[in-house]
Ligand binder design. Sequence first.
Ligand code: A4P
Ligand code: MG
Length: 208
Amino acid sequence: MAAPRVTPMTELLPAAETVYIGLGANLDDPRAHVERAAADLGGLPASRLEGLSWLYRTAPVGPADQPDYINAAARLRTRLTPWALLGALQQIERRHGRVRDGTRWGPRTLDLDILLFGIRRLAQPRLTLPHAEIRRRAFVLVPLADVAPAALDIPGQGRLDVLLAAMPKNGVAALAPIALALPVGTLPAELDASDTSVADEPPRAALS
Ligand code: A4P
Ligand code: MG
């Protein structure tokens, strides 16, 4: 008798890709939420967390009657598909008590955005890649520059160093590094078409 076919629970990409994730929180001990979420990213399946930015305290963009945010960024190698990664990030948000009440840009215990997924471009309401707002947000660009090469091309938006140089950085203050030994997590190594072109950059000096 033929062996039963095993259906993998999650379809994997044929080779790992580099992904950048934005982390943000401004409710209920936001620094702790962001630090724990960074550790959670290290536990994602078929993924390896390779880079973490500093933590930044940032003034809210959007409704002003909400607390300051803590923001950070992470660099991940993953074989999860963009959709599987989005689902996994939303699961982490829910575990952190994230409630979506429909308020755009309202306060939250944890927000995890996929900033870039390799060089993919996608324009769907459920998933837009790269994230549509990167070039307009210092609270994204500053942490991203800690974990990405300066010449990173953000498809459709421009080069990271050029966008960063043109961006006013008032309202974004470096707070502290995230204490987590990297890398964490495992990639199915034999299938990881490793890209060694992304080097860790030293964290940026404190901004005011
Ligand atoms: N979605 C589409 N593309 C993506 C993507 N690349 N990554 C969809 C993640 N999700 C993506 O998101 C709404 C929907 O976007 C999701 O259902 C998902 O399928 P959400 O997290 O439920 O709602 P949101 O976060 O309030 O909306 P939005 O427009 O994503 O807001 P942002 O851009 O996340 O901004 N100020 C400071 N200083 N720091 C912050 O972190 N964050 C926000 C929220 C506002 N002001 C802030 C900060
Ligand atoms: Mg979001």
